[in-house]
Design a binder for this molecule. Sequence first.
Ligand code: MLT
Length: 428
Amino acid sequence: MSDFAEIILDGKSYKMPVVVGTEDEKAIDINNLRSESGYITLDSGYKNTGATESAITFLDGEEGILRYRGYPIEQLAEQSSFIEVAYLLIYGKLPTQQELDVFTNEIKIHTLVNEDMRKILDGFPSTAHPMGILSALISSLTAFYPESLNPNQSKEEVNLTIIRLMAKLPTIAAWSYKNSIGHPVNYPKNKLDYCSNFLHMMFAYPTEDYQIDPVVVTALNKLLILHADHEQNCSTSTVRLVGSANASLYSSVSAGISALWGPLHGGANQAVIEMLEQIKADGGDSKKFIAKAKDKDDPFRLMGFGHRVYKNFDPRATIIKKAADEVLTALGVNDPILDIAKELEEAALTDQYFVDRKLYPNVDFYSGIIYRALGIPTDMFTVMFALGRLPGWIAQWKEMREQKEPIGRPRQVYTGEKERNYVPMNGR
Ligand code: MLT
């Protein structure tokens, strides 16, 4: 293996060191390329660009491998809890029982949000998308905890911000839903575990007792674990980039939420269900839509298929598909759009067109289905993704700060006009 890459430009040779990760991932370190040669690299969408060295998540897109801090996603999804995985991602190790208890209790202490946050919430129209509310309210936490704006906070102070964010995001997320349906909000119940408490805040009515279904809690734990981190995806890169400007953790995560909202990123799980509903409303003929998806002149696009980095399969999709089958059986869900989903899935796995293009169902395809079965409204799917991704965003922000990374500042190749003189209005 080479120790360096040789780049020849204008007849001159430049040697760039090769960096190798613990899983043998190789990168050419071009930190000095511009200063030495005057050239930059161009990589739209950063498909070949490593933005950082990170010890949090390992992903092998060819082999379908995903590990958090070295632990395979399959083992974590089967044996761990979301809170334990959050600890693992944020602090880099599996907690002892005592460490887990302390972490859990610290989060419980901070689940309430300032009553003034409710006034901000009241200002949103009931039609507001919960992701917009979530992003705005998470950013507004900086107003209630202005000390988080100080980039020189001590380790303990940063940790308190982390705990507050872990504690308050579920409350704000559930409140954004209650706002959208015009119902009073529920306050957190600290005797409940993280997932049960969220379900209580989402679904309980002041008028009735709410029974938490253990099947739903188990499924939610698994879903959140599967979404907890995914190395340098769009929202995580956003969190790191915003954080690199010394923005607070709250503002950085708020920016990450906005990035996640996009239908090409976290919004895909909502787009999947909307697509299935569109097919159902059109008569439910999935074959017609499969033909449309193959027709390059047709604007219809299959949502929830293929993945930017997984080339053969998404390991999360394998786990979630099994969980979806179990949950649907356990809850006795009979939903006509699931039949359409199954037909699309079948087509994608057997039709040569999809096989050749590696358009297999991804995690967003199944997560939409499972969230729907759990009674989570479509508008809230991406909020659920954010709830799961939170520990990953926190861990990545913390790592970026601890590694003292410089402010993110990509370059460009300018393709606009050469210098020209200003033309006064009467001369145009
Ligand atoms: C994610 O989990 O963030 C998505 O699969 C998108 C990605 O990794 O690019």
